[in-house]
Structures are given as C-alpha cells and as structure tokens.
Design a protein around this ligand. Structure first.
Ligand SMILES: [Zn+2]
Ligand SMILES: [Zn+2]
Length: 394
C-alpha cells in the first residue's frame, strides 16, 4: 500500500463528514460565504498550508503548500457553488436550504480537495515543489474561474500546470474519464428584442407584427448550424425563451427572446454570435421592424493538453488499476476551468460516481448526490498527480 493510500484510508471518514456538511448547506454562485468559511477552518488545521481567504475579493480561497520550494507549482482546483434547485431526497444530510442544492456535486469536489491538502501536507517531505489549492466560487454561471485567474491565482508561486476533476454519473466509481484536446464547449448567450408596429389583431396590414418576425428569426437561426458553419464543426443555437403579447386579439409592438450558443472552438463561437446579430437585424429590417441584439461570450472552450491527459491516464492506472481509464469524446457543456487552461497547460478529468447500489441520476437533477465512495479515488488521483508532476518536472 502506498503512502497516499494509507493516509487516504485514515482520513476518509473526516472527508465524508465534510462532504455531508457541505451538501446540507448549499450556497449559490458568489454567495458561498458559509462554505468558504467552513473550508478555511478545515484548511487552517493542516500544518504547513498558507491560506488566503477572500481571494480576488470573492469567496475564493487560495492555499499553498511548500510555497518556499523552488520551481513551478501544480494547481489543483475545486468549485464550491450549488444550484437553484429544490432537493428531492431523504438523505440525512439533505439540503437544509429551500430551493438550493448541490446538484452538480461541487460538495464532493470541495471535500475531495480539502482531503487532498491533508494527504499532501502529511507527505510534505516528498514534495519537491509547491502545490496551489484553488477553492473556486461560482462555476455555475458566475465565472469564478476568471475571477481567480485575474486575481493572480497562477502567480506566487508561478503555476506550471493545472488539474481539476468533475464527478460523472455515466462512469462507475473507480473509473476516470479523459478527453484529449477540445473537451468542452465555448459558451455564449443572446438576447433579441424585436420592435414593430402593433395594433388590432383583425387589422394586421396596419402592423409589422413582431411575433411573426420573431418566428422568422427563430427559423433563420437554424441556418447557422445547417448552412453557415462547416458541418465538421459542432454548433448549438438554442432559443430558450420567447415572450410577446398580452391577448389573443392584439398584435403587440415587441417580442423578446433569448438563448444559448455552444461551439467547440472560441473562433466558431464568435462567428455564431455575429451571424445571430446579422440574421436578427436583417430579418427584422426586411419586414419593416427593428431588432436590438445583445450577445455575450461566457466561458471559453476547455482545451485538455494531450500530454496532461496521458499523464492523468498513467496516474489512474497506477493508483486505481489497469482498466480505470475511459477515453471519451467532447461534450457541449461549459466549464470555467477553461480560464486556467487558457494561461497554463493542464486538464480536467471525469471521476466516476455511479455504482450498482445507486440509481443513475444525472447532474443538475433534484436527486443527485455525489458518491462518498468516489472521494477516496478522487483524493488518490489528485494527490498522486501533484506528487508525480512535481517529481517529473524539468
Ligand atoms: Zn453544473
Ligand atoms: Zn459542475
């Protein structure tokens, strides 16, 4: 049994208890005050760890182990925020806060990283360089990754590589999923307001009817994926909301819609947003109306460095077993770990949380519960990644 294995087995009950505590106190993006304080209190008990709370004027925490050792550091990241969703479960550690729950398993990621800090602190003599632990707020839409990166989480000590994990219900406990290269989508959003003359529902010739024009715009947006972007590029344009009108016999003077955009490359995303603006404004103009279009870029695409993926696979085979690694393709979900990966190489891997004794529940569902039995695997992976990367670095 390796030193990591034996420390993990010893501290596992504490890490499970921490996960349950976090699960019962979910907090939304940028409001993780209690969570951040709880994590900081646990970290304060770990010898040799230098802790900065309120990092980037947020609820983020930066903790550094071996900061006085030379050379580039390895950064390990966990996200701390929950989702606005009512938990449906009878777990003893069920959410105590109405309308909020850890439906993406960030309670598991956070507990796992606190545990990893405990493991590595016990092995400080074997660590040839510094480890930075990033406890990040606001992955679910608030861009906490960007906040920490802009606040300098990759400096002092200078970070050379970054790793993160995400619990994954489609993989079994003891499996690790890896996707090389473009692994997750670049995301964006759009808001369109069509303004046109309204009037009596029985006199359409006196109006320009923003509802009919909006329908044309929704239809026109489908051309982006089918005719405007190369078929070799994955594209998503989803209109998620559309609102207009107050009564069946009134043609309103405005109609509003909003939606999300996904692409695997940041360049394709920029193109899509430009096409949305073009289609909406020109379609509206063609029928004597105007369209006000606001677009925004959200998270860049996650690019997993192939070398970092090979490295994770090697660690997984060593720590878990020869069959532990599952290679998979990209998804169109977004992740703000991409902000770290824009600055330094690294990778995010999936940690299997499914087990035969549990119903299969997907992420963001009201019954989701990160698997306690995956915490040990997660800690072993993260701890070994840090030690091995620091030993191998040139
Ligand atoms: Zn999520
Ligand atoms: Zn998540």
């Amino acid at each position: 049994m390796s030193r990591i294995d034996s420390v993990v087995s010893r501290i596992l009950p504490q890490v499970v208890a921490l996960r349950h505590t976090l699960h019962s106190h979910p907090e939304l993006a940028l409001e993780e005050h209690w969570t951040s304080q709880t994590v900081a209190e646990r970290l304060a008990k770990i010898p040799g760890l230098a802790i900065q709370t309120g990092f980037g004027k947020s609820t983020g925490i930066k903790a550094v182990l071996g900061g006085n050792k030379p050379g580039p550091a390895v950064l390990l990241r966990a996200d701390m925020d929950a989702l606005p969703l009512e938990e449906e479960s009878d777990l003893p550690y069920k959410s105590q806060i109405a309308g909020k729950m850890h439906a993406c398993g960030h309670d598991g990621h956070t507990a796992c990283l606190v545990g990893t800090a405990m493991v590595l602190a016990e092995m400080a003599d074997e660590l040839p360089g510094p480890v930075v632990f990033a406890f990040q707020p606001a992955e679910e839409g608030g861009g906490g990754g960007q906040i920490l990166v802009e606040a300098g989480i990759l400096e002092n000590p200078k970070v050379g590589v970054a790793f993160a994990l995400h619990g994954w219900p489609m993989l079994k406990t003891g499996q690790v999923g890896i996707c090389r290269g473009q692994a997750m989508a670049a995301t964006g959003g759009f808001f369109i307001t069509v303004r046109a003359a309204g009037g009596h529902g029985a006199a359409p010739q006196e109006t320009a009817d923003p509802i009919v024009i909006s329908a044309r715009i929704v239809e026109g947006l489908q051309q982006i994926a089918s005719r405007m972007i190369s078929p070799l590029q994955p594209v998503v344009v989803t209109v998620g909301t559309i609102h207009g009108g107050t009564a069946l016999n009134i043609i309103p003077n405005r109609c509003e819609m909003s939606g999300t955009v996904r692409a695997l490359s940041n360049e394709v995303r920029a193109q899509i947003l430009q096409y949305i603006e073009q289609i909406a404004t020109h379609t509206a103009a063609a029928f004597g109306a105007t369209a006000e279009v606001k677009v925004r870029e959200a998270y860049p695409s996650v690019y997993n460095d192939p070398g970092a993926c090979d490295f994770i696979a090697e660690v997984a085979r060593e720590m878990i077993g020869a069959d532990a690694v599952v290679e998979h393709g990209p998804t169109m979900g977004g992740e703000d770990f991409s902000f770290y990966l824009q600055k330094v190489p690294g990778a995010m891997f999936r940690l299997g949380v499914d087990a035969p004794d549990r119903p299969l529940v997907m992420l963001h569902q009201p019954q989701y519960d990160f698997n306690d039995n995956s915490l040990g695997t997660g800690m072993k992976m993260m701890a070994r990644i840090a030690v091995k990367w620091l030993q191998n670095r040139k």
